[in-house]
Write a new protein. Structure first.
Length: 406
């Protein structure tokens, strides 16, 4: 993802490009890209924050497997993307919702993905945490708490067996089957008693997965937070941190202040990450974010500026990525994976815009066109000419004939 510049700072090259993009009302706009090509330095891990990027999977576009039934994964391209994230300083959060877990990525595929990434992480001495949940249980059924405990145990044992850290994923089966907060405490307490190393808890809001509505046993976020915090305080020695994705910065700040000193807050807020990671002078959040997959080079540069205590540079880099992030994660939020993969395609990190489950069709051409504009304005198009060329191909497939003009 970019290359090291000789000076160790962002290097820019000239040659701006103009492309015809569709707008609301079926009109076309001659859009001239505002940012030239950029390259970013890489310098190893970050010093002041732990930052995981949830990582997408690259579909095998030439497989005979039916995309609507899940399709197949290009393992080489998928692993190459993880190597690029590690090189930029990120830990990889593996087999999570960004990888279409439960929305195209089956548990059997997730197991292979985790195994492959874990082997490479050992070679690279890189940071990896992988999702363990209950998604091998057949969907649209309810289960006893004993069955859910057993399902969690099976996946946790597998993840720990690969050498990866565990991200204890929110469970659709538990959300559908639990009758009270006591059921959540029973299940999580049992699972935490059995893990070998501290885990990262995972609280995913219903905007990311509607089947997780009412998680922790309450429809009220404040009550759910209280119950979750009680669990964390009881089992703090088994918990490295908690990642919350509620898109509500005030709730995250409130919860962060109530965590035990040894437990980290990993922001999953793809709208308010610059402020939350920077903190308020007393407390701050670490990161486990899907948007980092899309903006990885810029995010790496911003976090290095924070390491250097250059808060102005940190905010200058990060703040201009927020409109892009808010667009990628707009309602329906769970369709954000399409934008993540589309940006990887524009930036040349994969050769096609195909997804497992056929999810490339989850966003409109207007949405993708606005994503292109915002990615340019955020300065995250590594090679704008290549991005414009690939955008043109997507537009032609949608029946929008036009030429890229240099």
């Amino acid at each position: 993802m970019g290359h090291c510049s000789e000076s160790g700072s962002i290097k820019e090259e000239a040659a701006l490009t103009t492309i015809l993009l569709p707008k609301q009302g079926r009109s076309l706009e001659a859009y001239t890209l505002v940012h030239p090509a950029s390259t970013y330095p890489t310098e190893g891990a970050f010093r002041t924050r732990t930052a995981y990027s949830a990582a997408h999977v690259v579909a095998d576009a030439q497989s005979e497997a039916h995309p609507i039934l899940g399709g197949a994964i290009d393992w080489d391209a998928t692993l190459a993307y993880r190597k690029a994230l590690w090189k930029l300083g990120f830990g990889v959060a593996e087999a999570m919702d960004t990888a279409q877990r439960g929305m195209g990525l089956t548990y059997e595929m997730a197991k292979e993905l985790i195994s492959i990434s874990a082997e490479e992480a050992k070679k690279e001495k890189a940071l990896l945490a992988s999702g363990a949940g209950t998604d091998h249980l057949p969907a649209d059924s309810t289960y006893t708490m004993s069955e859910i405990k057993q399902a969690y145990e099976e996946q946790c044992t597998f993840v720990e067996g690969t050498g990866s850290r565990i991200i204890l994923m929110a469970s659709r089966a538990l959300a559908a089957s639990a009758r009270s907060a006591a059921d959540y405490k029973d299940v999580y307490g049992h699972v935490l008693d059995g893990v070998q190393k501290p885990v990262i808890l995972h609280w995913l809001g219903p905007m990311f997965d509607p089947k997780l509505t009412g998680y922790w046993g309450s429809e009220t976020i404040s009550r759910a937070m209280d119950d979750c915090l009680a669990l964390i305080h009881q089992y703090e020695g088994k918990i490295d941190g908690i990642k919350i994705s509620l898109l509500d910065k005030d709730k995250e700040i409130e919860m962060r202040a109530k965590l035990p000193a040894s437990v980290r807050m990993y922001t999953g807020d793809d709208f308010n990450y610059p402020e939350l990671i920077q903190g308020d002078g007393e407390q701050y959040s670490h990161a486990l974010l899907g948007i980092f997959d899309a903006i990885a080079p810029a995010a790496s540069e911003a976090l290095r500026a924070l390491d250097a205590e250059d808060k102005d540079q940190y905010r200058e880099i990060f703040d201009k990525t927020v409109p892009l992030a808010r667009h990628i994660f707009e309602t329906p939020t769970y369709a954000y994976k399409t934008g993540i993969v589309f940006l990887a395609y524009l930036n040349g990190y994969q050769s096609h815009f195909r997804m497992i489950g056929g999810a490339e069709g989850a966003r409109s051409v207007l949405h993708l066109s606005e994503l292109f504009r915002l990615a340019d304005q955020a300065g995250v198009l590594v090679d704008p000419a290549l991005a414009a060329e690939r955008m043109q191909l997507v537009l032609k497939l949608a029946g929008i004939e036009q030429k890229v003009m240099s």
